[in-house]
Write a protein that binds this ligand. Structure first.
Ligand SMILES: Nc1ncnc2c1ncn2[C@@H]1O[C@H](COP(=O)(O)OP(=O)(O)OP(=O)(O)O)[C@@H](O)[C@H]1O
Ligand SMILES: [Mg+2]
Length: 445
């Protein structure tokens, strides 16, 4: 049996009126894997503890399978919780740790068969006779999961269960958790502050900020149509580029969004979304461009819907299969409060003015891209190292993801094409205005 979990306008107010969860409404379907995602302190654990019955609900309603459950004792909820700091009994073997809750629940019954079946499922049969001190972190976490699973609960609540593990093990166990919970078909609420984990695990992801739900949807839909700048910036790596812009929509002519030194020209005929942007004429907006919405290519290569700008290479991050290029396009960055300043990387040592300063051959081997005459920044003294500028200003204003085929170096001026179909526009309050919010996403919801 698996349960539906519903929260209706649930709030948690601590003494002295500190409201840490604010009117949260969520309907979690039986068998669903829902991830609660948000930065530290946004109330994720509090929500989980209210569902488990470990924390009193100040206002609102919790329903389990439609039944009012605010006052139900934790033991009556048939929900198992796995914590970040999972505690195993050190003086009990793995077998006894897993079987312990079963013995409490049904004192006369032999927990053996269930413990064995659970251990098989988790691949820990050969660890059952060891004590926690004889297990690695990942093995201990699996035993802790086993203890939750063996009970055959009707829902799992997992509070950052993998955050104490190293990255490799985390990835491995993440895949196991996904497989296991699908196999068991048990409703799961999983808390994490790691957006990659949320995206890879969740049927749906609920993004919390300061106790307030920002958006809930499939990983695809929250990535493709973030309701606001917070969700846009929190989800996706590298972080979405957020630039300050000004909408220019003369009655007769082409619509553009000025980015300061350059402008994004909205392709004609204007889409419905862009027509709606006309009302923003003369207003400041925030432009969101994911790193894959921009590619390195000359205007001559532009496909319909692409518009041309140029960028000065500030920094190249080689990642093996891809390269992240940090460009300076002369735009002003928009910073999302609560999230650390975007890409706070220190400047690498600048180079001296390059010969001619113009890109000759960008693409290795191939005939290469050409740009016109380019103003290359004056390189300051070569002694200026990364530590010379302690304020650690961000590198450039636009990060573009590309293949390693380009030979890009600091100081090059590069032609860029922006795919306007992937342009987000947010208003001054950070709400998405383009694509227009009124239309329902026709993704997979
Ligand atoms: N007794 C309390 N009184 C006042 N505030 C509290 C109390 N307990 C927790 N808080 C606050 O509630 C907020 C939410 O806490 P919670 O543990 O739910 O955050 P979280 O999202 O799980 O964070 P993390 O990712 O760091 O675990 C925090 O700002 C915390 O300081
Ligand atoms: Mg927490």
């Amino acid at each position: 049996m698996t349960r539906a979990i519903s929260l209706h306008d649930v709030s948690k107010v601590h003494t002295r009126g500190v409201r840490v969860v604010d009117r949260l409404s969520l309907d979690i379907a039986p068998g669903e894997f829902l991830v609660l995602l948000g930065p530290s302190g946004c109330g994720k654990s509090t929500v989980l503890r209210m569902i488990a019955g470990l924390e009193h609900i100040t206002e609102g309603e919790l329903r389990l399978d439609g039944e009012y459950a605010n006052d139900l004792a934790p033991s009556g909820r048939d929900i198992a919780m796995v914590f970040q700091n999972f505690a195993l009994y050190p003086n009990m073997t793995g077998r006894d740790n897993i079987g312990f809750p079963l013995r409490i629940e049904a004192p006369g019954a032999d927990p053996g068969p269930r413990v064995d079946a659970t251990a098989r499922m988790l691949g820990i049969e050969d660890l059952l006779d060891r004590f926690p001190g004889q297990l690695s972190g990942g093995e201990r976490q699996r035993v802790a999961m086993g203890r939750a699973i063996a009970r055959h609960p009707s829902a799992f609540l997992m509070d950052e269960p993998l955050s104490n593990l190293d990255a490799k093990l985390r990835n491995h166990l993440r895949a196991e958790i996904a497989k296991l919970t699908r196999q068991l078909g048990v409703t799961t609420v999983y808390v994490t502050h790691d957006q990659a984990e949320a995206m890879s695990l969740g049927d749906r992801v609920a993004v919390l900020r300061g106790g307030v739900l920002q958006q809930v949807g499939t990983p695809r839909s929250v990535y493709a149509l973030p309701h606001n700048i917070f969700v846009a910036a929190f989800i996706g790596t590298p972080r979405i580029n957020l630039l300050r812009g000004l909408v220019r929509a003369p009655l007769d002519g082409a619509m553009t969004i000025s980015l300061g030194k350059q402008a994004l020209r909205l392709p004609e005929p204007h889409s419905l979304d862009h027509k709606l942007l006309r009302v923003q004429q003369g207003r400041e907006v925030i432009v969101g461009l994911r790193s894959e919405a921009v590619r390195i290519a000359t205007p001559a290569d532009a496909r319909p819907g692409e518009t041309h700008i140029t960028g000065l290479v500030e920094h190249v991050e080689f990642q093996g299969h891809e390269v992240l290029v940090h460009f300076n396009t002369g735009s002003r960055l928009a910073v999302v409060p609560e999230l650390e300043a975007p890409r706070p990387v220190q400047r690498p040592p600048r180079r001296r003015r390059r010969e001619g300063g113009v890109l000759d051959r960008l693409r290795k081997g191939a005939g290469g891209l050409r740009t016109g005459a380019v103003d290359v920044l004056d390189g300051p003294s070569a002694q200026e190292g990364p530590l010379a500028s302690p304020e650690a200003r961000p590198l450039g204003d636009l990060v573009v993801r590309t293949t390693p085929d380009f030979d890009l170096r600091h100081g090059m001026q590069v032609p860029l094409l922006v795919d306007i179909a992937h342009l987000f526009v947010f208003d001054q309050h950070g709400e998405r205005i383009s694509p227009a919010p009124a239309r329902l996403p026709d993704l997979d919801e």
